[in-house]
Ligand binder design. Sequence first.
Ligand code: ZN
Length: 203
Amino acid sequence: MAPGNKSSGILEKVLGYGYQIHPGALKIIESLEEEKALEVLSSFPEKFPEVIVIEVGHVEKILEEKAVKKAEEPKEFGEFGSKLNGRITQIYDGSGLIQRCPKCNRWIIDNFCIVHSDVKGVWDLRIKARFDDGKEQCTLIFKRDVTEKIVNITLEEAKKLGEVATLERIREALFGKNFEIEGVKLKGGNFLVKDIRVREVKS
Ligand SMILES: [Zn+2]
């Protein structure tokens, strides 16, 4: 999704849930990464069943609780929600060594944020990839930690290599193998990868 569509997309979802939203609260949610924003939104009905207007305080409460929960997450393989087996068939644009806006965390190019204009971009690593388990396809999202692990590269090393060579390393690491993937299904068909490993296939 183009960055420009995200804001209206979030508001649409809020209204779709049957809520109204305080502009301040909307601003906070819009400043989050897409998957996080949707996570926050989807936890509203359960968390605040009586609320009609989403206020800043509600959003902050959910974010606080999520931060606590994240710190307690178990690290062992096999402990996260859903599991997938299959192959990565395509790496999407915007994968690899990227820059983010220091103010809103959006993916930016050439130190220009669509909201904050000229900024000094912050380097990050991520992968968006198409995954096929033989029956269904979905889009995998890898954040920096999981990207570093599966590609066996650090952000610092990637910065030295540059964007093109980093993307090449990602392709080498991900294509032509079977993977076992642990993660969380996100709304909209994306899958946030929490752990990934090469799967031994009996021949
Ligand atoms: Zn920005």
